[in-house]
Design a protein around this ligand. Structure first.
Ligand code: ADP
Ligand code: MG
Length: 322
């Protein structure tokens, strides 16, 4: 059984960054307004997420580590979005199968919270505890019981980069939530809540303040909003291009191309423009036969979306090119 758990965990938990993503998303789902991410050794020894969200009852806290225990499927519509938005009720069970997990959680209405310690799917402690409202989940020594996987982790800089990528994606998608991130006790980000432009500047630096061009469009098929960067913000390295579909980060080479074409002749060779673009589309226009942990997505009418996006970006760029 614990072996089955470990195997299933492989689907969801590939590296420290996968844990970061799942924990941050859970905090968002729990309506947190402040989220802290604390990591040590690139997440290899510690990944902790602390939120001020709704917390859990003692029963729910225990249940949350059961496979397919989700509190989030309530309607037919939710059931549909499972297929587009990822596995449901798998993350905590999977993480607890391959790490030492310490959870503390308390709801506002409860005087005492709950502490649960689980190691390799095995419950070690369950007790009442004094703790702030919200949830803290500490994931220690990831893959401690799967040496082959632990050995396959990349160097600390590489794993840290993956974590920062996940952190940035969530932080960009939820500018109304305050985030902090610490690595080996050092503060990496301190992002107060605000508008998207402030969030972008908080993440990428003050010199982005003058470089952001808003873009916005609304058609019956698609809503587009966000910011593209002035050509000066373009870099030779990738990593500052963000598409979100229905607030979920995706990679999409074809749509990326639509943006690139708008910068033709504006950029030095091989430079890639900055953009943070949110697309909103009815879920029935998204192809659901795409693996839920992947960041790829298919649209049933890619060409129409390409055209709308390109026109939107072109117009935004044109508005500042005189
Ligand atoms: P899912 O998020 O798909 O429901 P998870 O395994 O990620 O599955 O979490 C299981 C359940 O644990 C969630 O449905 C939720 O009820 C609860 N949970 C997890 N993290 C938190 C959190 N930070 N705050 C409150 N509840 C949480
Ligand atoms: Mg989850």
């Amino acid at each position: 059984d614990s072996l089955a758990n470990q195997i299933a965990a492989g689907e969801v938990v590939q590296r420290p960054a996968s844990v970061v993503k799942e924990l941050l998303e859970n905090s968002i789902d729990a309506q947190a307004t402040q989220i802290q991410l604390i990591i040590k050794d690139a997440g290899k020894t510690l990944i902790q997420v602390i939120d001020d969200g709704i917390g859990m009852s003692e029963t729910d806290a225990r249940m949350s580590f059961e496979r397919h225990a989700t509190s989030k499927i309530k309607t037919q519509e939710d059931l549909f979005s499972i297929m587009t938005m990822g596995f449901r009720g798998e993350a905590l069970a999977s993480i607890a199968a391959v790490a030492q997990v310490e959870m503390r959680t308390r709801r506002e209405i409860d005087d005492l919270g709950t502490q649960i310690i689980i190691e390799g799917s095995e419950l070690k402690t369950q007790s009442k505890i004094n703790c702030p409202k919200g949830t803290s989940i500490a994931v220690k020594n990831l893959f401690f019981n799967v040496p082959a996987r632990r050995n396959f982790l990349k160097s600390n800089p590489v794993e840290t980069k993956h974590i920062i990528d996940e952190f940035q994606r969530v932080a960009l998608a939820f500018p109304e939530v305050a985030f902090r991130m610490y690595h080996n006790e050092e503060e990496i980000y301190n992002l107060s809540k605000g508008k998207l432009a402030q969030r972008i500047i908080g993440i990428f630096g003050k010199n982005y303040r003058e470089g952001l061009i808003p873009c916005q469009e609304e058609t019956p098929l698609l809503k587009v909003k966000g910011y593209i960067g002035k050509p000066e913000l373009a870099k030779k390295t990738r990593g500052e291009q963000f598409f979100f579909v229905n607030n979920r980060f995706i990679k999409h080479a074809y749509l990326h191309h639509a943006v690139l074409t708008c910068y033709q002749d504006l950029l030095p060779k091989e430079h890639i423009p900055f953009y943070v673009i949110f697309l909103e589309i009815e879920p029935q226009h998204i192809d659901i036969n795409v693996h839920p942990t992947k960041t790829e997505i298919k649209f049933d009418d890619e060409k129409a979306i390409y055209a709308i996006l390109q026109a939107t970006v072109r117009k935004a760029l044109g508005s500042v090119q005189n």
